[in-house]
Ligand binder design. Structure first.
Ligand code: SF4
Length: 317
């Protein structure tokens, strides 16, 4: 599979349809199949996934057609030189308004969550860090901000942004641009190295779904080098500045939404000083996992449990 990005997923899908591709809307993503049978998945976030036989030639065809359509498309394997980050969006976000994303990890994550809607191409050890050149990133962000006024600029993308070993340098370079645009700088992370988040970041939203190691391994499917205990210790170091996102779901007969477990999770987070949580459930089809949404009643019960424990709670149903 090859991955890529476009700033304009809607125009790309519409253009491919006009050029004779079969285009199917699956809510959150569009599947486009060329007359030769090559398949491209176009996600609302702008992420592209090219699968099937002859991926390279499919990618080249896509880039050529996109050029004809006047839509910017970039495919990882066709880039020359070292990997570089990419600005995408803005995309509408329930939590953040209009959000311009910066894809730092480009397909590398420490987990392979059952509910992951992007389906990260590669799971990595938390020790496998990468560096990003902040200068071309700032150039790209400046160009994007000259065309739109987002509410937030998010360090996120396909994978885990805190694997970026020089996150501090990246943030230092882009903060003046974000401030000038009047946007909030937000880090979305699975908590792997959340304690390294630089102080210039306005808001940290870090996820933790489970209070038990076994459940964590079942739902979030982390790399063997990553443990729940490590995540909790990371969160503890930034607990006063962080909003913890808890996604409640069901995977077969396993769930993290059961009352006893939610109480345990609330106790764990309260014990390390976290005061704010966001609760949600599966809202997009998982790319590779089997997670299903829990019901409104289970979300409401979890909300009561967290409120009783003294948390500020937001719920996204
Ligand atoms: S942490 Fe996020 S990007 Fe990584 S697998 Fe889970 S949902 Fe996907």
């Amino acid at each position: 599979m090859l991955t890529g990005r476009t700033r304009d997923p809607e125009r790309l899908a519409a253009g491919l349809r006009r050029l004779g591709w079969r285009v199917r809307d699956e809510g959150g993503r569009v599947i486009a199949v060329s007359p030769a049978g090559q398949q491209v998945e176009i996600r609302d976030s702008g992420e592209l996934r090219i699968t099937g036989r002859g991926e390279d030639s499919a990618a080249r065809t896509l880039v050529k057609l996109a050029r004809k359509l006047g839509v910017e498309v970039e495919v990882e394997s066709l880039e020359s030189g070292p990997r570089r980050p990419l600005v995408y969006g803005p995309v509408p976000s329930r939590r953040l308004g209009r959000s311009l994303g910066i894809d730092l990890p480009r397909g590398v994550c420490t987990q392979d969550c059952e509910y992951c809607s992007v389906g990260v191409p590669r799971r990595a050890s938390p020790r496998e860090r990468f560096e990003v050149d902040p200068v071309p990133l700032a150039r790209e962000l400046r160009a994007a901000l000259s065309e739109c006024r987002p509410d937030a600029v998010t360090l996120a993308g396909v994978g885990e942004p805190t694997l970026c070993a020089n996150l501090g340098e990246v943030v230092e370079e882009i903060t003046p641009l974000v401030e000038r645009a009047g946007a909030e700088l937000v880090l979305l992370t699975n908590s792997t190295w959340v304690s390294e988040c630089p102080p210039e970041v306005d808001r940290i939203i870090a996820s933790l779904d489970c209070a038990r190691e076994g459940l964590y391994r079942r739902i979030n499917r982390p790399h063997p080098d990553l443990s729940l205990d490590h995540l909790v210790r990371q969160l503890e170091r930034v607990s006063e500045d962080v909003t913890v996102e808890v996604l409640l779901c069901r995977v077969g007969r396993v769930t993290n939404a059961e009352a006893g477990h939610v109480r345990e999770l609330a106790g764990l987070l309260s014990g390390i000083g976290v005061r704010e949580v966001q609760l949600n459930t599966v809202s997009r089809p998982p790319a590779r996992g089997r997670a299903e949404a829990v019901g409104a009643g289970e979300l409401a019960r979890a909300e009561r449990i967290f409120r009783d424990e003294g948390f500020r709670v937001e719920v996204y149903r």
